[in-house]
Design a protein around this ligand. Structure first.
Ligand code: HEM
Length: 188
């Protein structure tokens, strides 16, 4: 990917500053979010033993389980936008040039969009969460992230079906990225 960014295409090449910024962006966008997806999944499957048992009994549930982890504990909790024109949304007038902070985490627990939004349901139907954003800037890495999450959680669970999260788990205190800075586990 970096080779292609460096090489550019028929429309030209990125400047050194653009290249540098894109490397930082792709590292942040692609690495920490997916690491947190895996950690959040392990923590949720520790506290939701019934869901873990269901998944062990039916490995095909891994897809819906990862979607439910993405919804309940969205690795990326915020999206930022700057309005370019005046608009009105749900009765609120918003002037052009306003900074908007879109709370993905709250949208993914909206009771109008999800039945029992605060419960972890391994087989939740119609899980149309916004963990990867939406619209023109929808996450370009979503297929890779889903695959990584599914492979990591399924493989870990098949090797260590009785793992337990041990004392000392620490959540990151940043509001944008939701995950753990430390998640010790006993593999049993
Ligand atoms: C669980 C993992 C991931 C989550 C939750 C996630 C979440 C998001 C979200 C919410 C956005 C939209 C930002 C916005 O609308 O302003 C986004 C954009 C983006 N993501 Fe991801 N992402 C994940 C994994 C990845 C991976 C693995 C890659 C690349 C290898 C990646 C690359 C990108 C890029 C390049 C964008 C910008 C797209 C654009 O602006 O057109 N992401 N991601």
């Amino acid at each position: 990917m970096l080779t292609r960014l460096i090489a550019g295409d028929e429309s030209g090449q990125l400047t050194e500053a653009e290249l540098y910024q894109n490397c930082i962006f792709i590292l942040n966008a692609g690495h920490e979010t997916t690491t947190n997806l895996i950690g959040n999944g392990l923590a949720l499957l520790d506290t939701h033993r019934e869901a873990r048992a269901d998944l062990l009994a039916d490995p095909a549930l891994i897809g819906p389980v990862v979607e439910e982890v993405l919804r309940m504990e969205s690795s990326n909790q915020f999206g930022n936008r700057l309005t370019v024109e005046d608009l009105s949304l749900y009765g609120h007038d918003i002037a052009a040039g306003t900074d908007l902070h879109l709370c993905i985490g709250a949208a993914n627990r909206d009771p109008e969009a999800f039945v029992a939004p605060n419960s972890f349901q391994a087989d939740r139907r119609r899980n149309k969460h916004l963990a990867f954003g939406s619209g023109a800037h929808t996450c370009v890495g979503l297929t890779l992230a889903r695959m990584e999450g599914q492979v990591a959680l399924a493989r870990l669970l098949s090797r260590f079906p009785d793992y337990q999260i041990a004392d000392g788990a620490e959540r990151s205190n940043r509001i944008r990225f939701r995950g753990y800075t430390c998640l010790p586990a006993r593999l049993n």
